[in-house]
Design a binder for this molecule. Sequence first.
Ligand code: PMP
Length: 440
Amino acid sequence: MSRTYDLDRAHVFHSWSAQATLDPMVVERAEGTRVWDDQGHGYLDFSSQLVFTNIGHQHPRVVKAIQAQAAKLCTIAPQHANDARSEAAHLIAGLAPEGLERVFFTNGGAEAVEHAVRMARLHTGRIKVLSRYRSYHGGTNVAVNVTGDPRRWASDYGSAGTVHFFGPFLYRSEFDATTEEEECERALRHLRRTVELEGPQTVAAIVLETIPGTAGIMPPPPGYLAGVRELCDEHGIVMVLDEVMAGFGRTGSWLALDAHDVTPDLVTFAKGVNSGYVPLGGVIVGERIYDTFAQRVYPGGLTYSGHPLACAAAVATIETMRDERIVDNAARVGREVIGPGLAELKERHACVGDVRGLGVFWAVELVSDRETKAPLAPYGGSSPAMNEVVAACKKGGLLPFANFNRIHVVPPCTITDDEAREGLAILDAALSVGDAHVEG
Ligand code: PMP
């Protein structure tokens, strides 16, 4: 193959993979919504990699800001103040609801969840953390235990005090609900019972993705998050909203929570904050939790917390998204092109069981039988049928984000109407491959 490929296979130990069966694509370059391999094949990136290049690849303004910061000051320890970090914290806090004014920086999403949970436990003096099944919160110790995704099973040795509950998901309702209202009401009742039976005085936090992403892009019904807020208030429980994937334009608003009229105590973020050009994440901290650590030491930190290169990238990303109205673009393309386009694909393809989402954050759920909703690959596993659909996407020149029986349509927020149509046409052809596996 190539030196890059050979060295990768000889020395790189990859995430989430059986090492010997891996056949990674060698990426030569990327720009905007497109990626090219070393054979000269171009791909439309409908995955935003791992749903993080919200501003697209190689945005010149962000690249320039990183270069300028590198020329000025590459790094400085977290105990000092630094202009890139101060400006980034100011801009990020400015996007959060009023009352969340401080930013604790990390290098990514899992670390953000680790620290949000630690803050909640220290603030409340309680240990338990409740989170939903069908969720993803990261691959480190507490984060992987809080995660409600089958991939955690392999590395979950149990972390004291993590408890899971069912969240609202009408398509596969755990509550036999037939309407969003019923699903919302029953899911809230179930969560209330879970808190009561666990003992409210033992529950430090409820951690929720505002819209669960990796586990299936399941927008909560209206009123659900407000109901969780009410329950948290009743019992002094810290409400953590994880915006690592859903934040920074993905849903067509700056934060996904903007659409829900709810103020959490802590917000975790990463990915889209600077489109992953330099690793960055963090926790936006509400005043009540901040006050706990105003005089008392917060016992946690990271060597590279608020890294100047990452923060300079965040400042440039947020300013560029604002100046170029990129969040509005995500909302509009979702509403006018991707949403209607996927609805039409559902009409025409028997293997499509459900389509849901908003902005540039959509899931296409593939089934072998629409009536029974039997998934085309089992939850937590793979199948030849799904592998064929994904291979057809790639063959057609599309990089999809595939997870179990789902294809997620999660392109950069900068995607144009024409690019969206081009990707949907490739997906259309790939879904015909899926149709061949539909029973009957
Ligand atoms: N939370 C959510 C909602 C995520 O989607 C992810 C990553 N997919 C994480 C946390 C973990 O982030 P990271 O991989 O940067 O640690």
